[in-house]
Design a protein around this ligand. Structure first.
Ligand SMILES: *Cc1c(COP(=O)(O)O)cnc(C)c1O
Length: 391
């Protein structure tokens, strides 16, 4: 086994070899500009991009004409929120989101706040879910957009998107959902969940980095949008710039594979994840599960260990397994995770939290190694530096 074993698939995923293979022609012989329709090079590139568009649309049950390619989920979130805010500002200037969104949503909302928009940040319960009743109450005559993610990137908690979509549709408010973590892992259906705008990114589902998409509904209702990037009028005028054809081809292939393999793969992830959690829990006391016990992504495990110091834990753990933690250890003054804070957790447990993100290339053998490595590390630390709360 090559150490450390990669278990940080929420941060990014490696490119699946089948995705890379599919991309190769567009990186070599099929290099045309998809907008150059006058000659075969351009037409071939356009054909490749349109195939990718159909594959991406297929994953979320959308029409290919409703897919706008971007540079990733950060750009998609920005385009969705600022694009609707700008185009609907005459109708109202109120946006509803929630406290555990990705920074791409939260920082965009903060920016709009500076520009005269009113933002409601809904709280979450101890499992990380919003309460639909509170959402309903927060909507007023000026509300133009609800932005709530499908699945959280730290704790894997799934938001009740079907209910949110129902409320949004009934109240005539657009619903944007960030599905960067959920897409390709669990079914995401923009029709069933009545989602009007949906953010995606390729590098979280075994595609290349630097390419993503925004789904923008074209009928019932038609979402009116203002672009952020102006230029040649590509992507229905919503996102100008030469299409990243190799990225789109890879993104499309990655979506096709994810869709085809999802039933078996999500079951395999769930089994591996449960094996990891059960193994750790059987061998250690004082282990807390963060997030929702069942309404969570199948490959996510976020746990806190009582009686250990967070920084020391992570630096020991990452010699054997590549995972991340609830404190931003890279910086001098580690800020505890705002997501875990929003669940009402104590700071000590936030710092001593570990996020495991399993993925396509993890094996049972690797999970068993991780269980041994985690339990030995935590035991040693508890023995060497007994904190008062040691179980
Ligand atoms: C990774 C991630 C993003 C950002 O995606 P990029 O493609 O890296 O810009 C946004 N939202 C969520 C929930 C994510 O997990």
């Amino acid at each position: 086994m090559r150490l450390p074993i990669y278990m940080d698939y929420h941060a990014t995923t490696p490119i699946d070899p089948r995705v890379l293979e599919a991309m190769m022609p567009s990186l070599t012989t099929e290099f045309g500009n998809a907008a150059s329709r006058q000659h075969p090079a351009g037409l071939n590139a356009e054909k490749l991009a349109e195939k990718g568009r159909a594959q991406v649309a297929g994953l979320i049950n959308a029409d290919p004409a409703e897919i706008i390619f971007t540079s990733g989920a950060t750009e998609s979130d920005n385009l969705a929120i600022k694009g609707v805010a700008e185009s609907c500002r005459e109708k109202g200037r109120h946006i509803i989101t929630q406290v555990t969104e990705h920074k791409a949503v939260l920082d965009t909302c903060r920016d709009l706040e500076q520009k005269g928009f009113r933002i409601t940040y809904l709280p979450v319960d101890r499992t990380g879910r919003i309460r639909p009743g509170e959402l309903e109450k927060a909507i007023d005559g000026e509300t133009i957009l609800i932005s709530i993610m499908v699945a959280n990137n730290e704790i894997g908690t799934l938001q009740p998107v079907d209910q949110i979509g129902e409320i949004a549709r009934r109240r005539g408010v657009f619903f944007h959902a960030d599905a960067a973590q959920a897409a390709g892992k669990i079914p995401v259906d923009v029709q069933k969940s009545r989602i009007d705008l949906l953010s995606l990114t390729a590098h979280k589902l075994y595609g290349p980095k630097g390419v993503g998409a925004l789904y923008v509904r074209r009928s019932n209702p038609y979402v009116k949008m203002t672009p952020l990037i102006h230029g040649g009028g590509h992507e229905r005028g919503l996102r100008s710039g030469t299409l990243n054809v190799p990225g789109i081809v890879g993104f499309g292939k990655a979506c096709e594979l994810a869709q085809a393999e999802m039933p078996g793969e999500s079951e395999r992830m769930r089994r591996l994840r449960d094996r990891l959690y059960d193994g750790i829990q059987n061998d250690l006391k004082g282990v807390h599960l963060n997030g929702h016990p069942s309404e969570r992504l199948p490959h996510n495990l976020n746990v806190s260990f009582e009686g250990v110091e967070g920084h020391a834990l992570l630096s020991s753990l990452t010699r054997g397994i590549a995972v991340s933690s609830g404190s931003a250890c890279a910086s001098a003054n580690a800020e505890p995770s705002y997501v875990l804070k929003a669940l009402g957790m104590q700071e000590l447990l936030i710092h001593a939290s570990v996020r495991f993100g399993l993925g396509r290339f993890n094996t049972e053998e690797e999970v068993d190694y991780a269980v041994r490595h985690v339990t030995e590390t935590v035991r040693k630390m508890r023995a060497a530096f007994p904190l008062s709360a040691n179980p």
